[in-house]
Design a protein around this ligand. Sequence first.
Ligand SMILES: NC(=O)C1=CN([C@@H]2O[C@H](COP(=O)(O)OP(=O)(O)OC[C@H]3O[C@@H](n4cnc5c(N)ncnc54)[C@H](OP(=O)(O)O)[C@@H]3O)[C@@H](O)[C@H]2O)C=CC1
Ligand SMILES: CC(C)(CO)C(=O)C(=O)O
Length: 351
Amino acid sequence: MARICVYGAGAIGCYLGGRLLAAGADLGFVGRPRSADELAEHGLTLTDLHGGRWRVPPQGIAMATGPAGAATADLVLVTVKSMATGTVAAELAPVLRPGAVVVSFQNGLGHAETLRAALPGRTVLAGMVPFNVVSPGPGAFHQASAGVLAIAEDVALAPFLPAFTNAGLPLEQHRNMLPVQWAKLLLNLNNAVNALANRPLREELSLRTYRRCLALAQAEALALLDETGLRPARLTPLPARWIPRLLDTPDWLFARLAARMLAIDPTARSSMSDDLAAGRPSEIDWINGEVVRLAARHGRKAPVNARLVALIHAAEVSPERPAWSGAALLAELEAARRFPGEDVVMARHAS
Ligand SMILES: NC(=O)C1=CN([C@@H]2O[C@H](COP(=O)(O)OP(=O)(O)OC[C@H]3O[C@@H](n4cnc5c(N)ncnc54)[C@H](OP(=O)(O)O)[C@@H]3O)[C@@H](O)[C@H]2O)C=CC1
Ligand SMILES: CC(C)(CO)C(=O)C(=O)O
């Protein structure tokens, strides 16, 4: 049986790894000592929004706290945050078997390229996790929204596909992952809005002022993508370019038109919100920062996304967790859009 290693035992790693283990996969984790202690005490309990529940007892979990845990793997799923990709690539390089396949199941772009550069001779593929995972308690991981895992098409995946299918997590293969990754990134532009709002996703997305903040960030990114000729893949019932208009509809209409977008566990927050809550650096430079870099490459500016980057960096070092009202954040982003050259912080966050 093919051996799988999940590198990074956090929300996504524990959920994917736990589901695969529960379906009988030969799988081990590489994670931090605190994650090893958590899983050794509590095992894994996986649940999903459809009422599914899977249990892996502590004795069924193999967890290494260093790269040696990946040495025998045929498939490595990289599930660390963006800033850790370079370190993981360097850690994998001396231990990974020559024929091993590596998949980046991370948000943002370019992680597969970073891993590939450090891992010559291995197949490195981009993947995409569309759903949210929350941890309601120690060892517990809950899939809080729907979606199908996406991955770059490759013949090297064939031996691993049954394990994912058996686990109820089939892999949808895509010939070109870049449009898929950009479509996910457009949705992830909400991570910053959600983190600044300091509210659960469902509550935040139910309020038009926050949705209009997201619409501004998405419209800016979509205009740049249009210029480069990149058409984002369709991950939602509506094509990506219509979503800003949908976001701008009144709350009652949005609730009717976008029921699927609001089908999220009421406690779920974006992974960026979780990062701020835990005092960890965020992935803002790999999400909204990617839009700012795209603009710069084309001699343009992306002032709305640049402002979100600045606000999140400020929140990362703020002693108090900001909780922007929708109106204040919208005014801030509108001002950034209207006066792109000026670095003025308009409104202060108001609860
Ligand atoms: N959470 C979610 O709902 C979703 C997340 N994603 C994306 O998935 C990726 C993973 O996110 P998420 O699971 O939330 O992240 P987490 O922070 O929950 O998990 C990552 C884990 O990896 C650990 N880690 C980091 N570096 C190493 C290393 N060198 N060796 C061993 N362990 C390491 C981290 O420890 P430490 O914190 O100490 O560094 C942490 O425990 C991100 O790119 C995220 O954007 C995508 C869809 C949804
Ligand atoms: C699933 C989604 C879009 C929102 O939770 C996400 O990717 C994240 O939180 O990072």
